[in-house]
Design a protein around this ligand. Structure first.
Ligand code: HEC
Ligand code: HEC
Ligand code: HEC
Ligand code: HEC
Length: 164
């Protein structure tokens, strides 16, 4: 115990606070997802808007597991905030056009970047909430939620949702 404390003191302060923050997040997981707040509904445009320019991606998504993630639940489960955390884009948004796990669940809220000239500008779109996707983007929902005995494999799962 004593030794550990001494080591913590040798760490730069910022690192220590990073650790604290990570710990706090871990404690709150999965009930606190920063982007899922009422204030942000307006930043999400819905998949139909992306469809206008990404028809192929849209068609594949619409047939995939995510589009129907909310519809697959029973009536009562659809209202259950706990289930909505992972089965729809914004747990607290009742709007029909934001239902299910949509493009913006992974690519980031599209209100500002969903314009051709912005989408073509890698720097600008990042400033406007377009997200780079990596395994972390999936784990919030998928960690510990897979069916079957095989461990979750990012590459395999990516293949199953390939729309690019
Ligand atoms: C008005 C047309 C338009 C709309 C609406 C639109 N996009 Fe795009 N998107 C583009 C264009 C143009 C590109 C650039 C294609 C390229 O560089 O090859 C692009 C690129 C992308 C890319 C690929 C980025 C990369 O890796 O190069 C993704 C992902 C994407 N859009 C997602 C979305 C999502 C999600 C939405 C809805 C929130 C959306 N787009 C809405 C036109 C649009
Ligand atoms: C932490 C995220 C998370 C939460 C919370 C969550 N789920 Fe899920 N759920 C998932 C994931 C991820 C899958 C897909 C797992 C797979 O197929 O390997 C899934 C799959 C399911 C399936 C199977 C769907 C199918 O097509 O077979 C049902 C049913 C389901 N969840 C119901 C619920 C209910 C009811 C609740 C609320 C009590 C809930 N889930 C809460 C992430 C979550
Ligand atoms: C479950 C997460 C997820 C959802 C939902 C999702 N995408 Fe993607 N999308 C990805 C991943 C992962 C890639 C692979 C490229 C990458 O690593 O950025 C990708 C790639 C793309 C690309 C091509 C990027 C390129 O490199 O050319 C486009 C365009 C795109 N998505 C549009 C959409 C649209 C439109 C929707 C909704 C109809 C959608 N995506 C839904 C995760 C998702
Ligand atoms: C917002 C939560 C959420 C995010 C983020 C998410 N998923 Fe899912 N995913 C789900 C839920 C819920 C299901 C189950 C849907 C159903 O069957 O009703 C699912 C199902 C799937 C399935 C089909 C079941 C299986 O495991 O084979 C695949 C594949 C998948 N997701 C891949 C991904 C990948 C890859 C990413 C990241 C790029 C990702 N998901 C991000 C919630 C999420």
């Amino acid at each position: 115990m004593h030794q550990r404390k001494a080591r913590a003191h040798q760490l730069p302060k910022s690192l220590f606070f990073c650790g604290l923050a990570a710990f706090a997040i871990a404690l709150l997981w999965p009930t606190q997802r920063p982007e899922a707040s009422v204030a942000e509904w307006g930043n999400y445009v819905g998949a139909k808007r992306c469809q206008v320019c990404h028809q192929e991606a849209y068609d594949i998504w619409a047939k995939g597991p995510h589009a129907r993630a909310l519809m697959n639940l029973t009536g009562q489960q659809k209202q259950d905030f706990r289930c909505r955390q992972c089965h729809t884009m914004l747990a607290d948004a009742p709007m029909e056009h934001l239902r299910g796990i949509q493009c913006e669940s992974c690519h980031g809220p599209g209100r500002y970047y969903a314009e051709s000239y912005i989408m073509q500008d890698e720097e600008l779109r990042k400033e406007l909430y377009f997200k780079e996707i990596d395994e972390e983007s999936c784990l919030y929902c998928h960690q510990g939620n897979q069916t079957g005995f095989k461990p979750w494999n990012y590459k395999e799962k990516l293949e199953k949702i390939r729309h690019w």
